[in-house]
Design a protein around this ligand. Structure first.
Ligand code: ADP
Ligand code: MG
Length: 702
């Protein structure tokens, strides 16, 4: 007799019965390779097949099992052919609706037949129904056995993939459960006890095989202690992987800058204002980092208008004074042009050279810019992500500044750092990295998503700004708004009109903005109106912007290109057309173009009906708050962290069971536990990360 191979949790899934190469391939798509992985492939939700419900007592959307007798059955045509069958259990009537059915099926469902159905109940105005329920016609003996067809436990529903059925996933999970005894709890007993966590085996057993009687509602709400235990564990694994990453970064070689801030002091002397306390504090925090022998990795958050650019300038000047070059990366061409202008104004009086590496440069200009970057005559090089293309070589890159960080994920952060490294014969030397974001993130979330970085907040706006009054108005009141523009301009102030168009096409956007300009000009013949859009050459755009800035134009019609980088304190009114099309963060950014001077400003969010629920919430949030932190919190609530942080694109922060928004209250405890593990129980950390994050090693080795 051949003894079957001993299967352990670390055996490949192919050793389980019924797992062939094809299934193994499908399982791999779900990151399931070893038997243990099946245990951590957790159910998304549950079905309750443990009891029969009374038809009269079910509510809309509930997935239930019912038993009833066929009252009536027929084929009807309502747009398409369908079979309708009404059943009753004495407490109520339920309509079963089938679009696909055979003659045999139809014949079997005759009046008086007993059926057991499982499906989602929809309750309309006049009826309750199930569309395509699973059903079984009951025989006499079925009917006599009241337990027949009932499951003993709730049925887990797993995240699946094409070609892999729930039934297989369920069977495999149950098979894996029989090896549960070999599973090691990687969270130290002390931490389990301190946080009142369920024991791991107990939790997994409860989730894969919940006993009858456990509350479906509790499981659905993810409140069950078994779920809480695994959510905690998953958040802990993520926290640890980011903390490890940070530790590794601190082991790397950086360039300590020791300077006297001569340049920056001269820049400050030239400014018409004093820095805010918050700016000074953050600049000090950065300077401290820049003196270390490891590369800085710091995130600076600050609301629109909090003055992040000067903080970046301070860091840049420290690097330049130490004899290094600085790369400043912006997300768009227009923002990099704006930075180029600001930094040239600030740095040329100090005798320093600033270079713009724009995609729009002519061949000769580009060659010159590349040469200045390579031979070191340029001190600060500004551009979009094109800055890190292969043809760009820095002579002595010491600092990378990334503006508007929320568009970059951890992978991009790391690969930038890698591209900026200098290889000497003995070692690799990494540049410092400073990332700036205007998307304020609630503190606990920031500490979770950016745990691989240090972070600073500019939590103060420069003095003298008056809050912007925001109103939300339907498109039908356009004429009133146009009259308002007239009044504002006659009082000597200036106005922005922002056209939004959902199409990505710059041509269509430009066309739309041109038409709007014409209409506004007809309605307001006495006003001087300018237009900027993405199709214009940057020289043209700059010329129009300059006219607007100097007050020669009353009204500036623009596409969302003015989202960033425009600074005209005399502009006190902004109208955003079809504001419902834009996201909260973008609207908040746009609105930040007014309210920059001492006069009171307002922003009109004009919408097209009908408004979706989410759009209404967004517009209300803006009307009610000028505070970027509050707006970020609401944005998270409406959209979820995945979208807010752009994780959909980058693939980071994908959780199996945790949900950053819903599980926020666990974060402080998780952070505490992570700290404890790093200090007292480092031996389990690697395995814990590996258990939950399949590609964690990619983070570390980019
Ligand atoms: P953001 O944080 O949105 O990038 P900016 O750096 O563009 O903000 O600054 C917004 C405006 O505030 C600019 O016109 C800038 O010159 C000005 N500013 C920055 N710091 C101060 C300050 N301490 N006092 C007054 N104005 C300031
Ligand atoms: Mg900025």
């Amino acid at each position: 007799m051949v003894t079957p191979p001993l299967i352990s949790l670390f055996s490949p899934v192919t050793e389980l019965k019924g797992v062939g190469p094809k299934m193994a391939e499908n399982l791999e798509k779900l990151d399931i390779e070893k038997v243990q992985d099946l245990l951590f492939h957790l159910p998304l939700r549950y079905q309750d097949r443990t009891q029969f419900y009374e038809i009269g007592a079910v509510s809309h959307g509930q997935e239930v099992m019912v038993i009833g007798e066929v009252e009536h059955s027929e084929i009807v045509y309502r747009g398409r052919r369908m079979m309708i069958c009404t059943i009753s259990d004495g407490t109520g009537l339920l309509t079963l609706r089938f679009f696909h059915f055979s003659n045999a099926q139809q014949k079997a469902l005759t009046r008086g037949t007993k059926v057991r159905c499982f499906g989602e109940v929809r309750i309309g105005k006049t009826s309750r129904e199930m569309v395509h329920p699973e059903y079984k016609i009951l025989t006499n003996s079925d009917s006599q056995n009241t337990q027949s067809g009932l499951a003993k436990a709730l049925t887990p529903i797993y995240p699946a993939t094409k070609g892999l059925q729930q039934r297989s996933l369920l069977r495999l999970a149950q098979a894996a459960l029989s090896h549960l005894n070999g599973l090691e709890d990687l969270i130290p007993q002390q931490i389990v006890a301190d946080n009142h966590l369920y024991d791991l085996n107990h939790a997994l057993q409860a989730l894969h095989q919940p006993v009858a009687g456990v509350s479906v509602a509790q499981l659905l709400a993810r409140n069950h202690p078994a779920q809480q235990r695994l959510i905690f564990e998953e958040l802990l694994a993520h926290q640890l992987s980011l903390r490890k990453l940070r530790e590794q970064q601190k082991q790397a070689n950086g360039i300590p800058f020791n300077t006297k801030s001569t340049y920056f002091n001269r820049l400050k002397d030239n400014l018409p204002f004093d820095l805010t306390n918050a700016q000074n504090r953050v600049i000090e925090e950065i300077d401290e980092d820049l003196q270390q022998t490891w590369p800085m990795s710091r995130l600076v958050q600050g609301d629109v208008g909090s003055g992040k650019t000067l903080v970046a300038a301070a860091a840049a000047l420290t690097a330049i004074e130490a004899g290094y070059q600085v790369a400043l990366m912006a997300p768009t061409e227009i923002l990099s042009e704006q930075h180029f202008k600001n930094f040239t104004d600030w740095l040329s009086p100090l005798g320093l050279n600033v270079t713009l590496l724009s995609g729009k440069l002519k061949v000769a200009e580009k060659r010159e810019a590349l040469a200045a970057t390579e031979n070191g005559t340029s001190h600060l090089i500004i551009g979009t992500h094109a800055l890190f293309q292969n043809d760009v070589n820095f002579q002595r890159l010491g600092l990378i500044i990334v503006d508007e960080q929320h568009r970059f994920g951890v992978h991009q952060r790391l690969s930038l750092r890698e591209k900026g490294k200098t290889q000497t014969q003995q070692e690799d030397i990494y540049p410092h990295q400073l990332v700036m974001t205007a998307t304020p993130i609630p503190r606990t979330l920031a500490m979770t998503t950016y745990a691989d970085m240090d972070y600073s907040v500019i939590d103060e706006l420069p003095p003298g700004r008056t809050p912007i009054k925001t109103v939300v108005i339907s498109n039908s009141r356009r004429d009133e708004i146009v009259q308002r523009i007239d009044v504002v301009c006659n009082e000597g102030a200036q106005v922005y009109w922002v056209c939004t168009l959902i199409e990505e096409s710059e041509t269509l956007q430009a066309q739309n903005a041109e038409e709007t300009t014409e209409l506004l000009q007809q309605a307001l013949p006495d006003l001087k109106i300018g237009l900027v859009h993405g199709r214009m050459k940057s020289a043209e755009k700059e010329a129009i912007m300059a006219e607007f800035k100097s007050g020669k134009l009353h009204l500036l019609v623009a596409t969302t290109v003015i989202e960033v980088g425009v600074d005209v304190p005399n502009a006190t009114l902004m109208i955003i057309e079809n504001a419902e099309r834009l996201g909260l963060a973008q609207l908040h950014q746009l609105r930040g173009r007014v309210g920059r001077g001492s006069k009171a400003s307002s922003c009109v969010l004009m919408y097209q009906t009908p408004l979706s629920d989410n759009a209404r919430k967004r517009l209300e949030a803006l009307r009610n708050s000028n505070d970027g932190f509050e707006i970020a919190r609401i944005d998270l609530e409406i959209r979820g962290p995945g979208e807010v942080f752009g994780t959909r694109q980058t693939g980071e922060l994908q959780f199996r069971i945790a949900n950053l928004m819903e599980d926020q209250m666990l974060l402080p405890k998780v952070q505490q536990a992570a700290k404890q593990m790093l200090e007292q129980y480092p031996e389990n950390i690697e395995s814990l990360i590996e258990r939950w994050i399949k590609h964690a090693e990619d983070y570390a080795s980019v």
